[in-house]
Design a protein around this ligand. Sequence first.
Ligand code: NZQ
Length: 383
Amino acid sequence: MRNFTFYNPTRLHFGAGQIARLSEEIPPSSRVLITLGGGSIFQNGVWQQVEDALSGHHTSRFAGIEANPQFATLIRGLEQARAAACDFILAVGGGSVIDGSKFIAAALCHPGDPLELLTGTPISAAMPLGCVLTLAATGSESNGKGVVSHAGRQEKLPFASPLLYPRFAILDPRSTFSLPPRQISNGVVEAFVHTLEQYLTYPAGAPLQDRYAEGLLRTLIEEGPKALVTPCNYAVRANLMLCANQAMNGVLGCGVPHDWSTHLIGHELTALYHIDHAQTLAVILPALLNERRAVKQAKLLQYAERVWDFNLGKSEARIDAAINATRDFFQRLGVPTRLGEHGLDAGAIPQILAQLQRHGLTALGEHADLDLEGCERILLKAL
Ligand code: NZQ
């Protein structure tokens, strides 16, 4: 096992009715900017609970943070926060609202051009941030990462800092009952791929991390489809919410190699073609596993055996079966797994590769040996 330092200061309040805890989590003297997305929280009762809990606080509201939060939108949020002299940010929504709010929290404390925070300038301070999660997917509610989209640059720009961990996160599974099927499925796929990217590399003498990842994967396979059939099943939603959180709160990746190449290639697909983040992962991952089957052979066989119960037959056949089962799982959730299903053909590949090159993403994977030729083969396999 590799050396690691684990740090996660976010306090989780998990379960029904926990939104009421906002009043004790946010100091009464705070001037709170409440950030939200396109308005789903007004329909599902979440806003009312937030408003009730913060009735004694000074608040202002910034709405309209879109999926794949846009830099220009967030600058408007930043200006509003400055004008209202806010000193606490409360994000209410999914990963996009939370990521966008992390950016606003950092930009509020940055004297220079906010874009610098997305292009390499380290984050040196940030306003305190809390969140009420309404979509179980990214794990942003208890990590220090974010991704902001910049339309003018056709880029998704990741940023990260230990200063950006939310102070607290409220996870009431009932807040997710109102999710449309597409977002339920996106969430399951995203948690599944986050887990695989910290698991499906090479053996690292880390059986506990392996078993934890396998437990998450099997739980997602069992519970994910149930949420589509019975959207208001509390137990199912609670399990999915916890899985998505644990997949990306840092614990799973302690001491083991990672391979984030599915995410990095997927980001280019969203930046160029506006495909939902999770849907890019569902397209790239099966093709990537196929292309990288030799370097990932030992873990692919372990994945086949322990997650899908494929124990018999030749190694290559078991690996084929595991990759096919993964693709089939995504498809059963209603998530497309081919570029063609998103209207893209081989003609799109040079542009995607050019973006990867422009961003210096030419040595990906757990061995930093996935070059542009390898990415091209993955994209061809994903057609
Ligand atoms: O804006 P509203 O009206 O709330 O609608 C949203 C949005 O349209 C809707 N939604 C959320 N909760 C709902 C709901 N609709 C009904 N009922 C509810 N309870 O869902 C839509 C998608 O929301 P979004 O926040 O975009 O989804 P997600 O949570 O998947 O976040 C995706 C973003 O997170 C980034 C992605 O790149 C993308 O920008 N990621 C962040 C990560 C992190 N911080 O660690 C890691 C991830 O891999 C990912 O890159």
